[in-house]
Design a protein around this ligand. Structure first.
Ligand SMILES: Cc1cc2nc3c(=O)[nH]c(=O)nc-3n(C[C@H](O)[C@H](O)[C@H](O)COP(=O)(O)OP(=O)(O)OC[C@H]3O[C@@H](n4cnc5c(N)ncnc54)[C@H](O)[C@@H]3O)c2cc1C
Length: 637
């Protein structure tokens, strides 16, 4: 299959402008004749649904929560990047573009990243107009703070609740369209399959999670904005409901899954503290603006932190990376934390933690200043750990946080299935092998507010309007298959709970396809996942029935998909015989233990095509061309 990213020609700074001009337009009077389905109403989907409706399209929006306000986006803490250069510290669209390509270890498509940087400033203006209460400096300008992988301050924030405030903005725009009748909102619906008609995406099958009824919905185009799949690891900082199922349904129907092994492990999370824990908590990267990361210099030193004198502390990020210090990108910070713990210098009961210490910042700025900047994060930490971080350093350890992989999309955010668009964390598009902090919100909102509303018109302008009905045989057939899978899950009546399988899968993924990987481990994981999947379909216990509210059934479907998807991640990790960003294969590292890329053989997007249950997927690649950024070994020294 020829994978055409449809990147427009010409100089990079003019590509998006020109492309928008060249895209066919849909006449305003015709827009109301097109129906668009948007699955997911987090920042990506919420922004898209509201904007498409404002443009005049008829939109049906779906989410599995009781309200769009509870999308996982609400959890985003630290901020959103933009190249406004308000602090006058040398930022520009080009610098944001460059930092993002480099941060992603040169595995993203240049043109997409440049467009993202261009849109970043529009997002801030748009959100300010919506009334988002961004932090301001005393002169009234919007304030900024720093995030990893950048030497400028470009992160806009609303204390530690940026995602919540941005989501309320998108939700109010969406609510206006719901009230106007331009968006039909379907909460508590889970998309279980994609419906294809003549090779085009024309609708979805959803389950009403309250009544258990299956419903068919038809449209002229389908947009997936269904978030990331970090929960394949069971323990992650993601919301418990985050899943891969909508993406995986599209994959089964022929949509390519790109770079599934690119997972982000965030360096600053509250460490795991028990076998029965089901959720991990992020401590925002913004804390690394003032917090200093350290471990005892001597392995096995079990003294409490205040008894370890300054001279016996190892501020390893500051000494190893003097230019970026504690603000190195996440993949680098995470690997270094692991390295310290592997060397016996980890702290806390398990030895799987390092300190994040605000002692110096409090001495320098005073407790009040620190409280104003990070108060809610400190409070959250204290509630969970019963330690007061104003008095004693936080203990942190890396945890699964974000997934750079996702559905392959072209420059128009359309997958290889005509009419199927994918936005936000659900697509693979902008972050390469490692996402920089505060860039996910930027991408979701750029996709939803500023990219899709143009590009979907280019597709619809050539499409027949409202031609498909949910009574079409394709819908009837697909619904039958969905029902058969539900019946099968309910009929097994085995002995192990869904969570039990999920926890075991998560451990396999973490041990063999996590922060560090190697070929032998990946091979072993593949067999283990297959065995576990086999057992799942014979021995899972899903209590209750299919015709009412049944959360075990919901989880069972998601875990069944994770059990197939986990193997795809492993296959992808095995195929990429290099290290880059978050994909660290121990066989490929520099003398200084940094990720060693192989640009001759792997400067591409790996895109996988489903071949049927139990069959190996077919590999396709999109070569990446770097014409504006020089491919170099990443250095943050
Ligand atoms: C703790 C935490 C903090 C973060 N902080 C930041 C930050 O400070 N800055 C930053 O840039 N990024 C941050 N991120 C990342 C960022 O929050 C996410 O990448 C982003 O919010 C994802 O938005 P989204 O719209 O793509 O998906 P989501 O917000 O995950 O929304 C997914 C939507 O899809 C729906 N859905 C999913 N599956 C189905 C289905 N099968 N059927 C129907 N509906 C479905 C859900 O109901 C939901 O509405 C953080 C992430 C975490 C975990």
């Amino acid at each position: 299959m020829l994978l055409d990213g449809k990147v427009p020609g010409g100089p990079i700074a003019g590509k998006w402008d020109r492309h928008r001009f060249e895209l066919k337009l849909v006449n305003p009077a015709n827009k109301r004749k097109f129906n668009i389905i948007v699955v997911g109403t987090g920042l990506g989907g919420g922004a898209a649904a509201a904007t498409l409706a404002e443009l005049g399209y008829c939109v049906k929006a779906f989410c599995f929560q009781d309200t769009p306000r509870r999308a996982h986006s609400i959890a985003a803490q630290g901020g959103i990047n933009a190249a406004k250069n308000y602090p006058n510290d040398g930022d520009s669209i080009h610098r944001l573009f460059y930092d993002t390509v480099k941060g992603g270890d040169f595995r993203a498509r240049e043109a997409n990243v440049h467009r993202l940087a261009e849109c970043s400033n529009l997002i801030i203006d748009h959100c300010v107009a919506q009334g988002i209460p961004f932090a301001r400096d005393y002169g009234g300008l919007l304030a900024n703070r720093s995030f990893g992988g950048a030497q400028v301050s470009r992160t806009f924030y609303a204390r530690g609740q940026t995602g919540q405030q941005l989501l309320l903005g998108a939700y109010s725009s969406l609510s206006r369209q719901i009230a106007d009748g331009k968006v039909e909102m379907y909460p508590r619906r889970e998309m279980l399959d994609l419906v294809m008609v003549n090779g085009h995406a024309k609708g979805i099958i959803v389950r009403n999670l309250i009544t258990g009824e299956l419903e068919s919905h038809a449209a002229d185009a389908v947009v997936l904005a269904t978030g990331g799949y970090g929960n394949v690891f069971f323990l992650s900082t993601n919301a418990m409901g985050s899943n891969v199922s909508a993406n995986f349904a599209a994959y089964r129907k022929g949509a390519l899954f790109a770079n599934p092994c690119f997972t982000q492990i965030h360096p600053t999370c509250i460490p795991v503290h028990g076998t029965y824990q089901s959720k991990l908590t992020l401590m925002s990267e913004s804390l690394r603006n003032d917090g200093r990361v350290w471990v005892p210099q001597n392995p096995g030193d079990k003294r409490p932190p205040h008894q370890i004198p300054e001279g016996e502390r190892d501020y390893y990020l500051e000494s190893k990376y003097p230019s970026f210090g504690n603000l190195v990108p996440r993949d680098v910070a995470s690997r270094n934390a692991k390295e310290q713990c592997d060397a016996g210098k980890g702290v806390g009961d398990t030895g799987l933690a390092v300190y994040l210490d605000f002692g110096d910042a409090i001495k320098r700025d005073g407790e009040d200043v620190i409280r104003k900047k990070y108060g809610n994060l400190f409070q959250m930490y204290e509630k969970i750990t019963a330690d007061n971080p104003y008095q004693t350093p936080m203990m942190i350890y890396p945890a699964v946080h974000y997934t750079m992989g996702g559905m392959w999309v072209d420059y128009n955010l359309m997958s290889n299935i005509p009419g199927l668009f994918v936005l936000g964390e659900a697509n693979f598009s902008d972050h390469g092998a490692n996402r920089l902090g505060a860039s996910a919100l930027m991408q979701g909102l750029a996709d939803g507010y500023f990219v899709l509303p143009y590009t979907i018109g280019g597709y619809l302008a050539g499409a027949e309007k409202g031609s498909i009905s949910a009574n079409d045989t394709a819908f009837v057939e697909t619904e039958k298959n969905v029902q058969a899978r539900i019946d099968k899950l309910l009929s097994i009546n085995g002995k192990r709970t869904v969570d039990d399988f999920h926890r075991q899968l998560g451990l396999i993924m973490w041990d063999y396809c996590g922060m560090a990987r190697n070929n032998a481990g990946l091979e072993k994981a593949r067999t283990m996942i297959r065995d576990l999947r086999g057992e799942f379909w014979e021995n899972v216990l899903v209590p209750g029935g299919g015709k009412d509210f049944n959360q075990s059934l919901e989880k069972a479907g998601r875990v069944a998909d994770f059990l197939e998807f986990g193997e795809l991640m492993v296959i992808d990790a095995l195929a990429r015989q290099e290290s880059c960003g978050g994909h660290f294969n121990e066989g490929f590292q520099t003398d200084e233990n940094e990720a060693q890329r192989d640009d001759d053989n792997f400067c591409h997007v790996a895109a996988w095509q489903y071949q049927g249950e139990g069959q190996d997927p077919e590999f396709h690649k999109e070569e990446l061309k770097f014409e504006n950024v020089k491919l170099t070994q990443r250095s943050y020294k």
